[in-house]
Design a protein around this ligand. Structure first.
Ligand SMILES: [Zn+2]
Ligand SMILES: [Zn+2]
Ligand SMILES: [Zn+2]
Ligand SMILES: [Zn+2]
Length: 188
């Protein structure tokens, strides 16, 4: 059954857009993280909510290695900087993985993702625009890391802003038309 990759709701055949979220429906069944049980937006090998590696989605010959200990398998990635961490390197807080840079736990509390893209170029462009508008901005990219070889085009680049500026940032991006028009879909 088609399902919405944003809210997880399943629809009957024939429906292609989720009326609640305006997301294009995906085929198959919604997939949930084995650790935090949140909906996985795509069959990404990392849960975007908690950072844990979803070993079910790895091919047989694929392994994600710790960035500090290249011989040790990673248990996941820091949800902020996307660095791969083994059980020795990981700092877990409320079942969410972080690297041992303790500023990243603070970032998780005080900053929010304003925009997600698959290209560093677009992320940097948005960062420049937001900073130009006086909104502090940080970019964290999966493309900087060794496992990028495995995930390729699924790599996400997050543009983050302080939580209390999130509304400003979204407003600004909407005006810049980075989100596109919510009502109409990209051309078929
Ligand atoms: Zn939905
Ligand atoms: Zn998870
Ligand atoms: Zn980190
Ligand atoms: Zn390690």
């Amino acid at each position: 059954m088609p399902y919405c990759p944003n809210c997880g709701y399943e629809y009957v055949k024939g429906i292609t857009i989720c009326p609640d979220c305006n997301f294009e429906l995906a085929e198959g069944e919604p997939v949930y993280c084995f650790n935090c049980e949140e909906l996985m937006v795509e069959k990404n090998i990392f849960c975007s909510h908690c950072g844990y590696v979803q070993s079910d989605f790895l091919k047989d010959d694929q392994d994600v290695m710790c960035e500090v200990h290249p011989k040790v398998e990673a248990m996941g990635i820091c949800v902020i900087c996307k660095k791969a961490v083994c059980s020795d390197c990981a700092v877990e807080k409320n079942s969410v993985l972080f690297c041992n840079d303790d500023s990243h736990i603070k970032v998780a509390q005080d900053w929010a993702v304003a925009f997600t893209t698959n290209t560093d170029y677009e992320a940097e462009m948005i960062k420049a625009n937001l900073q130009g508008a006086g909104i502090p901005t940080m970019v964290f990219s999966q493309r900087d890391h060794a496992y990028f070889m495995i995930i390729g085009d699924m790599a996400v680049v997050n543009v983050m802003v302080p939580r209390d500026r999130l509304a400003d940032a979204e407003e600004y991006l909407k005006k810049m038309d980075f989100f596109g028009d919510e009502a109409d879909e990209d051309s078929e």
